[in-house]
Structures are given as C-alpha cells and as structure tokens.
Design a protein around this ligand. Structure first.
Ligand code: 5AD
Length: 346
C-alpha cells in the first residue's frame, strides 16, 4: 500500500518511509523496483546518459573519516592536473562522443576561480553542445556564481548524511549547516544541483535514510548521487563494514519514485561492490553512467575507497563495451548533454 501511495503521489512522510524501509519484504522490494522502472520510463524512456568523469586533483584540505584522499592520509600519492591536461581529457572525451564533462576533485585551493573560469570558458568557447559539471566540494557563494557565469551548468555536492551527530563525527571542521547553505546557493544561482548520501556508514540503519530522503524531497535536486560506503585501508574506518548493493538499489528505487524526473547515476562505487550493480541500478530507476576519463596514471591515485574499478567498463575509452552492456540490459545509451527536463539556464 505504501509503495502504491509513493508511486502515485511521489511523496511519503518520514514516518511512512521508516515503515516502508522496516517492513520491506523481498516481494515488496521487487514491486518497488518495478514501479521505479515504470516511472523512469515515463520521464526518460529507456535512456542512459553518459558523463565523462575527470578527477582533476586528489589534494584535499578536508579530513572526512571515510575518504581515502583525506588530508591526513600520508600514504596517498598526490597529484593535480594542469589546465592543459584537463583540456586534453575533454578533447579526447569529445572525440569519443562525450558531451558532459564532470570535473571532480578534492578541496584543492590551487583550483582558484580564475583558473576554473579559464578552463570552462575555453571549453564552452570551443564546443556549443557540451555541459560542464563541477564536483569540487564547498566553495563560497561568489565563487559558485562566477563559475556559473563562466559557463558551468551543474554542481554535485552530496550532503553525505543528514544525521547531525554522525556528520560532525565524520567531518572534522565542517558543518552540515554550511553544506546545506552551499546547496541552497547553488540552486538559487541556477545550477542543476546534485546531492545525495552514503549508504552503510557505521552505525546507520536502513530506517535512518528516511531523513536523508525527506531532506532530498525538500531540496528538489536535479540529480541525486548515492552509493555504498566502501572502507579504505588508510582511513580510521578501515575495519568497519561497508554498505551493500542490496540497500543501495532499494534506495535508488525509492528516490526514483520520490523525485520522478531526477538524474540518477548508477555509481562507480555500486559497480565496484557488485559487477552487475550498475545494470541492477538501471532496472531500479537509475539513468546515468559516469565512465572515467581521467589520465590513466591518475586513476589509481584517485582512490576514495578500496578496490575502485577504473578499467574495462568503467573506462571512458571502452565506450563500445559500456554501450553494449547497456543495450544488453535493455536500455538505450545516449551521448547528448542530457539535462534535467525541468532545467533551463537562467
Ligand atoms: N566509499 C564510498 N564513497 C566514498 N566517497 C568518499 N569516500 C568514499 C568511500 N570510502 C564519496 C563521497 C563523495 C564522493 C565524491 O565520493 O560521498 O561525495
């Protein structure tokens, strides 16, 4: 009954979400996934959008307990790409057919507004049919504004967890309040905004995600990125259990029903813990894939968690292979910029 209500109204209260998550039988879950699949078809057909992911720096001033590139991990071998290297990745990606480029990196002050503006303007000057997504952590309102005006279209900033106490424990010198403020700025400025959370952080139960879901429902992001927490050996959480593909897929389906038009990637982390994870994700409502377009020698170093896959079907160069496995799963690969249907540049 709650699943029907959710798929008709695209809404449930926190209490209802908790009940749904607590009592979800195997059968209910199959039904939930079918409903999510229907909704994704209504809004986006069978399409899966491609994004080329460029990991521009693994230098980070933050010290998030779960993350392999946290500032106090002295074992991480650090790198940052130059402007020329980033442009090269995009040129290579463009000729492979990619039309969205995602710049992701640690909070590295080397990437000033000036430098990012010049990279964005160069690309937008050269190509009229691309979208640029930034995923560079928290910045000031002015900075977000300048980068949008330079031509950035989208910004990804997961809220990670809406559990105030856990957020404080895992993110030294950061605050959930500032995270939320950044997300509000980004929306106000006009970006397509992505947020999301980690699944299986130590101490969280499935029902705890009801609060994350309500947070997302209020924020109305254009994109949502969720993935399992995977322990990294050189972090304080190295001995904890990670999140499961099972829970991740359940939550993908609920998010598709709560936010029917959202762009929802089947993430690398999901593909890492389950080789079939991405296909299962598409069947549960996911509609985006972000193959890795970073220079090969950097991919190993951008290790947020253990065992990150970056070859074969995770690699942007293997576009044909990725397209084939998407076709085989019954979906249609799409290489246009693939904006959220509700978004227009201000
Ligand atoms: N396992 C899974 N995801 C992680 N991230 C960071 N560390 C890990 C980890 N150990 C995610 C965060 C961040 C995104 C870029 O990567 O959610 O927002």
């Amino acid at each position: 009954y709650l699943i029907d209500k959710l798929s008709i109204k695209n809404d449930l209260s926190q209490e209802e979400l908790e009940v749904l998550l607590t009592n979800l039988t195997e059968e209910d879950r199959d039904y939930l996934i079918d409903k999510a699949y229907e909704v994704r078809k209504q809004y986006y057909g069978n399409t899966v959008f491609f994004r080329g992911l460029i990991e521009i720096s693994n230098i980070c001033k933050c010290d998030c307990f779960y993350c392999g590139i946290r500032a106090s991990n002295k074992k991480a071998s650090r790198y940052r790409l130059s402007k020329e290297e980033i442009l090269e990745c995009c040129y290579r990606g463009y000729s492979l057919g990619y039309r969205t480029f995602v710049f992701q990196g640690g909070e590295d002050s080397y990437f000033s507004d000036e430098l990012l503006e010049s990279i964005i303007k160069t690309l937008k000057g050269k190509y009229s049919d691309i979208a640029i997504t930034l995923s560079l952590g928290e910045r000031g309102e002015e900075s977000f504004k300048r980068l949008y005006e330079a031509g950035a279209d989208r910004y990804l900033l997961r809220h990670e967890t809406v559990n105030e106490k856990l957020y404080k424990e895992l993110h030294p010198n950061m605050s959930l309040d500032n995270r939320k403020k950044c997300l509000e700025y980004l929306k106000e400025i006009g970006y397509q905004v992505g947020s999301g959370f980690l699944i299986g952080l130590p101490g969280l139960k499935l029902t705890d995600y009801a609060k994350d879901l309500i947070f997302l429902k209020k924020l109305k992001p254009h994109m949502v990125g969720i993935g399992p927490f995977i322990p990294h050996e050189d972090t304080p959480l190295k001995n904890e259990n990670g999140g499961t593909a099972y829970d991740t897929i359940t939550l993908l389906a609920i998010i598709r029903l709560l936010l029917p038009d959202v762009l929802l990637p089947a993430t690398t982390a999901l593909g890492t813990i389950d080789p079939k994870g991405r296909e299962k994700g598409f069947k549960a409502g996911a509609n985006v894939i972000m193959p890795n377009l970073s220079p090969m020698e950097c991919r190993k170093k951008y290790a947020l968690y253990n065992g990150k896959v970056f070859l074969g079907k995770e690699s942007a160069e293997e576009k044909l292979k990725i397209e084939n496995s998407i076709l085989e799963a019954g979906f249609q690969p799409v290489l246009t910029r693939g904006d959220n249907v509700r978004w227009k540049r201000k």
